[in-house]
Design a protein around this ligand. Structure first.
Ligand SMILES: [Mg+2]
Length: 437
């Protein structure tokens, strides 16, 4: 607590005396430069889905486990370290995984349990950390800059890790460094049960010998491009001229060069500040036609859920808003298990609307908002879906992406009259902070 106050006091001095003389951009950069080195902790639950399953049924511990679609055409959403030894990995077709590891026990996913446990860990961190970001369902960043003088940040983070393990019953790894990138790479490198510190100034030494694929932004395509040129380690990548990287990868080339040098200024974004996705529509003439309103809500859900998947995010809070013709505005929200699926969000939205709309008065506006967003779309949709389902979803999103969201719509909205269709085309889904506030 003292450290927060002190850090805040220091930043306050900068803000008060120096910042007014700087432009917004230089202000941010200058404040970062003036502050001592940052201290960023990355925490990542080990084999999270599998760990939750073992928490539910301790007899599963130590067995090769696969969480995923149980049908033969399903895919692997997650697997235990024991299964990984056989070459099983996530997103692999189930039949292939079972060929590699025939004795593996297959468990279908339990999103509700994963969401509950994710919230439990979030609360433990929120209770103690000065500033934290929930990067995905099982991953957190903590900005502990300025704590060192008082506590010894590494000791503090080790204690926090122990507390999480004790209170949640789930294994978690952590690493600490001067930025998000290096901490994340270190957690991945030393997990499971990692407790690692990369001291300031040693970022390059740590990253140098690692494979280029360990850098989060390097996907398969980038990696094979670099491999073809003989670039295998981060150290070799670092020696490439930045000019060459920008000509090969455009803007991403600079980012790649920075990452190879262990440079990453991206801030820890407070959990509560993460944006929501919302859309709303005001009607030309107020309406009481429930069928029409519901059709519009369906179209809205399709739109925001698509945006959610485009941003590779999941939501765990859905809000519906209605405004009556007399401008009375009412909202209702509900917390749900993390999802990005149209059909789940749709069911919730319809339930909320039914609860909300009980006055039989003319409505002039309806809106839908998805909040409590975290990253991680892929792994979640893998639970119940078969390979074909996933391919279908991807194909649908591809068409929407290319030709517009109104080109592919749910059959249940087909009976919506032409006028409503026109209204639906007018929707402007937008990312906003507190639109439905
Ligand atoms: Mg994890």
């Amino acid at each position: 607590m003292n450290s927060c106050l002190c850090g805040g006091f220091f930043q306050g001095l900068i803000n008060y005396f120096i910042a007014p003389y700087l432009s917004q951009n230089t202000k941010n950069i200058s404040i970062i430069a003036l502050m001592s080195e940052r201290t960023i902790i990355h925490m990542d639950l080990d084999a999270f889905f599998v760990a939750v399953e073992c928490k539910k049924k301790p007899e599963l511990k130590g067995l090769p486990l696969i969480v995923g679609g149980s049908s033969r055409r399903g895919v692997v959403a997650a697997c235990s370290y024991e299964a990984r030894k056989f070459g099983v990995h996530s997103a692999m077709p189930m039949y292939l995984a079972l060929q590699l590891c025939p004795d593996a026990k297959v468990i279908s996913g339990d999103m509700e349990a994963y969401s509950q446990n994710s919230h439990l860990v979030t609360e433990i961190i929120a209770d103690r950390a000065p500033l934290f970001e929930k990067a995905s369902i099982d991953e957190f960043y903590i900005d502990a800059t300025g704590m060192d003088r008082f506590f010894g940040t590494f000791k503090w983070s080790v204690e926090l890790r122990k507390k999480i393990i004790k209170e949640s019953g789930l294994p978690i790894s952590m690493a600490l460094s001067v930025n998000k990138l290096v901490s994340k790479v270190a957690t991945a490198e030393f997990k499971p049960n990692a407790e690692k510190q990369i001291p300031a100034g040693e970022e390059k030494d740590f990253l140098g010998p690692l494979s280029i694929e360990k850098i989060p932004m390097v996907g398969k395509q980038t990696a094979s491009f670099l491999y073809d040129m003989g670039v295998r380690t981060v150290a070799t990548l670092r020696d490439m001229p930045v000019k060459f990287l920008t000509s090969a990868f455009g803007k991403n080339g600079i980012s790649l060069w920075n990452k190879a040098h262990g440079i990453d200024d991206s801030p820890v974004v407070s959990y509560t500040e993460q944006k929501s996705i919302s859309t709303e529509s005001t009607f030309d003439t107020d309406t009481i036609d429930v069928k029409r309103l519901k059709s519009i809500l369906i179209a809205m859900v399709e739109k925001v859920a698509f945006q959610l998947r485009e941003q590779k995010k999941l939501t765990s809070c859905v809000t519906v808003k209605i405004r009556y013709s007399n401008f009375d505005t009412e909202t209702k929200q509900i917390h749900i298990s993390y999802t990005s699926s149209d059909h789940i969000i749709l069911r919730v939205v319809q339930e909320l609307f039914d609860k909300l709309y009980n006055r039989r008065m003319l409505i002039r506006l309806v809106g839908v908002r998805l909040s409590n967003l975290v990253h991680g779309s892929q792994q979640i949709s893998l639970f119940d879906d078969t390979e074909e389902d996933i391919n279908l979803y991807e194909a649908m999103d591809f068409i929407k992406h290319k030709h517009g969201t109104d080109k592919l719509i749910r059959a249940t909205t087909l009976d919506v009259n032409k006028r409503v269709r026109m209204e639906m085309n007018l929707f402007k889904g937008k990312v906003s902070k507190n639109l439905l506030g």
